[in-house]
Design a protein around this ligand. Structure first.
Ligand SMILES: [Zn+2]
Ligand SMILES: [Zn+2]
Ligand SMILES: [Zn+2]
Length: 474
């Protein structure tokens, strides 16, 4: 095992898990792992480098354009260097994609293909090595890919059929000669992806751009108030401590959004990961749960609560629809109308209110009405501070957003303070060499320079920067 301070063990109720064998400080890296296999998601095929996952044109990206692989005309890379490094993993994939063109392989097919090709490469290397030394690729695993949980027996007929269909068409892509003979083995590979694949985000943490398999990190069990968080920096996944962890403690991450209510979290965990969560937050986290349903006062009548809950749910559906139709003025009116009614009954930490407040920030920012956007963003940030622990990626990222809005309306001093708080959290949850942390430092630097200028001079400074082709925060 190549991770100092981490050990695989048998838990009492959750099967295998990982535990600390030493103390970890808040923000300290617990585990870092390159993917066993990863793939860019279909939605981002033409947008990001298929090797390093950078998006050209965004801050921190090395070049402006992507270059297509001349073989398959599917894969794209930001530099020749990335293309070269990607080749061992892309070589056979390139031929497979050509084979099914003009069809395009789905994400899971590409991922399973990469797993199988990697396994073949490893078998070859192991076969050639007679001195008994383990190869480097293998050393970073805590478990073998075949040993990951697939929960196949817990799936219903429809889910099993969907897997069978993927197995059935896989041979067109991979070739039937090369494919493992056993359909069970193939079904297992597709099934472990459902339960173990980890979504990879862009450096801002806004969009999921890829998906990867990390056999070691997959051994981390879930907790609704976890002591660790897993964040990707490009394709590499890094697990960091969200608080001080003592030797012997089990290491856990959250598989889902911690801001959801207990009912919703348990429902999602059961549906996607096939278990009933019995963590302390689910069984004893009453205080936190009350905040998520909080009212503006104790005197509110039960029928008012019933009414506002139903009204909020209905309006959220309507706002979502309006957003899809890109009718921004209407979306603005709907969010403000909903908030006006909610304000009389439910508090800002109530999940139904946060959802509407988030829509309000989004639509006001989109319509370039930064003053109201700031007011709502401040309310969301205040609610997150009550609902989340002091070191949490969602809180850090939200403070970054709030700081950018403050900067946009030239509240530079407030922006420096907010962005500084964001940076202190992000350095612990994402690490100092993460693109988001570097972008934050750039923002803080710009704000500090502007803090001593008059408003007019600030505007001129920003225009000059824009003219010179330098990126401004958005
Ligand atoms: Zn690249
Ligand atoms: Zn290619
Ligand atoms: Zn739980």
């Amino acid at each position: 095992m190549s991770y100092p301070g981490v050990e695989l063990f048998q838990t009492s109720a959750k099967g295998r898990g990982l535990k600390a064998t030493r103390k970890f400080e808040t923000g300290q890296a617990v585990l870092k792992q390159e993917p066993y296999a990863y793939a860019v998601m279909s939605s981002h095929i033409d947008v990001v480098c298929h090797y390093c996952l950078c998006a050209p044109g965004q801050p921190g990206a090395p070049v402006e354009d992507l270059h297509r692989c001349t073989g398959c005309k599917f894969a794209q890379y930001c530099t020749k260097e990335c293309q070269k490094k990607a080749w061992p993993e892309h070589k056979q994939e390139c031929a497979a994609i050509k084979r099914i063109t003009p069809g395009k392989p789905v994400d899971q097919t590409r991922l399973v293909g990469r797993i199988l090709w990697r396994r073949k490469r490893e078998e070859k290397v192991n076969g050639e090595k007679k001195d008994g030394k383990e190869n480097d690729e293998k050393k970073v695993e805590l478990v073998k890919i075949e040993e990951l949980e697939d929960h196949l027996s817990k799936r219903n007929a429809e889910e099993k059929e969907a897997i069978d269909e993927k197995v059935y068409s896989f041979g067109d892509y991979f070739t039937y000669d090369e494919m493992p003979d056993s359909d069970e083995e193939m079904a297992h590979l597709f099934a472990i992806i459902d339960c173990n694949a980890i979504g990879l985000n862009d450096h801002r943490g806004v969009q999921t751009i890829g998906v990867g398999i990390y056999p070691g990190i997959s051994m981390l069990n879930h907790d609704c108030s976890p002591n660790c968080v897993a964040m990707n920096n490009g394709p590499r996944l890094e697990v960091r401590a969200l608080r001080v962890i003592q030797p012997g403690e089990e290491l856990c991450i959250s598989y889902i959004d911690s801001l959801e209510t207990t009912e919703k979290r348990r429902e999602k965990l059961k549906l996607q990961y096939y278990f009933d969560c019995e963590c302390d937050t689910c069984t004893k986290g009453e205080e936190l749960e009350n905040l998520k349903h909080a009212l503006v006062s104790e005197d509110i009548k039960e029928e008012s609560v019933k009414y506002i809950n139903q009204f909020s749910k209905d309006m959220l559906k309507r706002i979502h629809k309006t957003k899809q139709n890109q009718n921004w003025e209407r979306m603005c009116n709907q969010t403000l109308g909903t908030l006006a009614q909610q304000d009389c009954v439910i508090a800002d930490t109530n999940v139904l209110k946060i959802a509407v407040l988030n829509h309000a920030v989004e639509v006001q920012s989109f319509l370039r009405r930064q003053e109201p956007a700031l007011e709502y963003a401040e309310r969301v940030a205040a609610a997150y501070e009550k609902l989340l622990p002091p070191v949490h990626p969602t809180l850090g990222m939200y403070l970054m957003r709030l700081g950018v809005i403050q900067w946009q309306i030239q509240k530079t001093e407030a922006a420096v303070a907010t962005l500084g708080r964001a940076a202190s959290i992000i350095s612990k949850t994402h690490g100092d060499d993460h693109g988001m942390f570097k972008e934050l430092l750039g923002l803080i630097h710009q704000c500090k320079m502007e803090a001593h200028m008059s408003k007019g001079a600030q505007r001129e400074f920003r225009m000059a920067k824009k003219k010179a082709g330098l990126k401004l925060p958005a």
